[in-house]
Design a binder for this molecule. Structure first.
Ligand code: KG4
Ligand code: ZN
Length: 349
């Protein structure tokens, strides 16, 4: 069918996401997050996330069916994230999806989480940025969250996605979380850094731009590194305190945020240039960052690159993007997965 009714299940990290789409029309997007349970640990605890998925999945499914006003019987197919992600967390979603597929006798599509983030942009909710209308190819996609920092070259959503580069240590969101923690701010750190950075001077402190030196650019042109940046902030804060001075929180937050935004957007635009692609799609929770959005808009406008940013509810982890990708696979005539697939925590794009 041209407008398949697809249920999407996402459990790769700390969001239990259940989405329902009809073709590229979003019908339901229910998200239950275990973020609060991880707060006191300062980061996502895999075992805690897996248990939370187990509890939240069926209620989220029921809420999504009600929101979309459809029954399980009406579904044409089910799509589920099989990786990458936390393996215990993935297994909850994959197990549930297989049980549904077998009992309902519906086709099941195992999909890649990162490609799912790109799939979010085929949904007919209005993007911000300069891009309008449905997703076009080819596009470069920059996916930045607490779990991943990846640069993809998408020639075709369902058949040709190339991983250009990724972080070699911390994810960008993780860097925000760790720096917030060392500044005494709560988890998740991204929104806190954004809040504290208001009124700060982004040029006050020149923090390093990881993997951006000439010597790094051959081997790591599209890779990211944030652990050196985090260490640099820690050292700067420590030295300031040792000297008996007060830490200028707003300046540190603004300068740190500037460094992350600069690294991310510089590399994404380089990928667009190198491959002659006039389009950049952003995804993942870090896209909420005010400076990342601003710098992306500025630089894309200056370079004539179309910038696409799906609504935030589709940028953070969700089931609708997984359902949307499943629907595209069906429309393109792909065969469903055989039911013996596992949860692959390190699946490449
Ligand atoms: O996509 P997401 O919800 O999925 C997970 O990785 O679980 O992303 C969460 C991450 C966290 O690391 C959080 O600190 C970061 O996104 N984040 C932000 C902002 N809002 C959330 N980072 C920077 N600035 C923000 N405003
Ligand atoms: Zn994600």
């Amino acid at each position: 069918t041209n407008e398949p009714l697809v249920l999407g299940i996402e459990t790769s990290c700390d969001e239990t996401g259940i989405g329902i789409v009809r073709g590229s029309t979003l019908l339901a997007n229910v998200i239950s997050s275990s973020m609060d349970e991880h707060a006191r640990y300062g980061g996502v605890v895999p075992e805690v996330a897996a248990r939370a998925h187990l509890e939240a999945l069926v209620p989220a499914l029921q809420a999504a069916l009600a929101e979309a006003d459809v029954t399980l019987d009406e579904l044409d197919a089910i799509a589920v994230t099989s990786g990458p992600g936390l393996s215990g967390a993935l297994m909850v979603g994959v197990g549930a999806a297989k049980a549904l597929a077998v009992s309902l006798d519906k086709p099941l599509y195992a999909v890649n989480h990162l490609v799912g983030h790109v799939g979010a942009d085929v949904l007919d909710s209005p993007s911000t940025g300069s891009g309008t209308g449905p997703l076009e190819y080819p596009t470069v996609a920059l996916l930045v969250s607490g779990g991943h920092t990846s640069l993809l070259l998408v020639r075709d959503l369902v058949s040709d996605v190339e991983l250009l580069g990724e972080t070699i240590d911390d994810a960008a969101g993780e860097a925000f979380d760790k720096v917030a923690r060392l500044l005494g701010l709560p988890y998740p750190g991204g929104p806190e850094i954004d809040r504290v950075a208001v009124g700060g001077d982004p040029k006050a402190i020149r923090f390093p731009r990881g993997l951006s030196q000439q010597k790094d650019m051959e081997k790591h042109r599209y890779d990211f590194s944030f652990s050196g940046l985090k260490t640099a902030v820690a050292r700067w804060v420590e030295q300031t305190r040792d000297a008996g001075d007060e830490v200028p929180l707003a300046d540190v937050a603004a300068s740190f945020r500037e460094s992350v935004a600069d690294i991310l957007i510089t590399k994404a635009i380089a990928a667009c240039h190198d491959h002659g692609i006039p389009r950049l799609l952003l995804g993942g929770g870090v896209v909420a960052n005010a400076r990342v959005r601003e710098l992306a808009a500025e630089r894309c406008a200056a370079e004539g690159i179309e910038l696409r940013i799906p609504p935030l509810s589709l940028c953070t982890d969700n089931g609708a993007m997984i359902a949307a990708l499943g629907a595209q696979l069906i429309i393109a005539g792909h065969a469903p997965s055989t039911l013996d697939f596992g949860a692959d925590s390190t699946l490449p794009a």
